[in-house]
Design a protein around this ligand. Structure first.
Ligand code: SAM
Length: 282
């Protein structure tokens, strides 16, 4: 860091893993083969890149900080399978890769996760997050950490915990511990008939996580000018999976899929405004 004039910037999530054993454990979780193309976001000083370069066919490393880009280019100059890309992972065109392995910059981990899920057909992603964020991704319905983020992410991917990493394994030592998780695109449904309507429904209903579902639906319907009985009609159509007296934060992803499919039916008959044409719920 001294050689390249790097002074870690908290704002850019610059906290570097210092333990090569932990780095190897993270890379091992990606089960790399020689034909794999790996994307790493935020290469830093290359502690993960080093292991990735040894096992994968190609490694694309995106790094925003020009000083770190220089350090990475020097370090991996002799590795013909490592490509360092200077840029912001939120805005550059991401290279196609079948695996992603990253110790994500915490300040933008949510945005990067959604970008990866939406834009990359990855087979497997091994990602390190702040412990609290990972806990939300891993949470089960009804628990304290179960949130709109949980539903939005778990609609698309299965999430599995790999490893917990204490704060002292980083420099500078951050205020919080980290957790490594593995994401795989969900192979088994149910999937919503219309994903825009699904995410719109989750956003509308999860605005009231602690209310009973019946109450939350009534408030949400009111927000776009519909009455209680129309909300109750929606609930009745989902009666086999939702009672209405449970709290919103107790609903599993499959129940939101069902709700969204019934909402879609109501959109098609003109009972509910179409969010895909500017009729936002909030
Ligand atoms: N991989 C290294 C490690 O494990 O020690 C560094 C991880 S550090 C938590 C995150 C890295 O992401 C930093 O090197 C930081 O400069 C970089 N970074 C921050 N924001 C970024 C962005 N928007 N796009 C690409 N890289 C970013």
């Amino acid at each position: 860091m001294r050689r390249y004039g790097v002074r870690p910037r908290k704002k850019s999530g610059q906290t570097f893993l210092t333990d090569p054993v932990v780095a190897k454990q993270i890379v091992d979780a990606a089960e790399l083969r020689s034909q794999d193309v790996v994307l790493e976001i935020g290469g830093g000083l290359g502690i993960l890149t080093m292991w990735l370069a040894r096992s994968a066919g190609h490694v694309y490393v995106v790094e925003i900080d020009p000083r770190l880009v220089r350090a990475l280019r020097d370090r991996f100059e002799s590795r013909s399978n490592v490509y360092i890309i200077q840029g912001d992972a939120l805005s550059i065109q991401l290279p196609a890769a079948n695996k992603v392995v990253s110790n994500l910059p915490y300040s933008v981990s949510s945005e990067i996760t959604f970008r990866l899920i939406r834009e990359l057909e990855f087979e497997l992603a091994v990602l390190m997050y702040q412990r609290e964020f990972a806990d939300r991704l891993l949470a089960e319905p009804g628990t304290r950490d179960y949130s709109r983020l949980t539903v939005d992410v778990r609609y698309a991917v299965d999430v599995e915990e790999v490893l917990q990493v204490p704060a002292e394994r980083f420099y500078p030592v951050p205020a919080v511990d980290s957790t490594v998780v593995r994401l795989k695109h969900r192979a088994v449904g149910p999937f919503a008939q219309d994903e825009d309507v699904f995410f719109w429904t989750v956003r509308g209903v999860f605005s009231y996580p602690n209310k009973q579902v019946r109450r939350a639906l009534r408030i949400w319907f009111k927000s776009f000018g519909r009455n209680e009985s129309e909300a109750d009609t929606l609930l009745k159509r989902c009666a086999d999976v939702i009672t209405g007296t449970e709290r919103v934060r107790q609903l599993p992803v499959a129940a939101f899929v069902r709700l969204a499919d019934e909402v879609l039916g109501m959109i098609e008959t003109g009972l509910v405004p179409d969010p895909r044409h500017g009729g936002r719920s909030r």
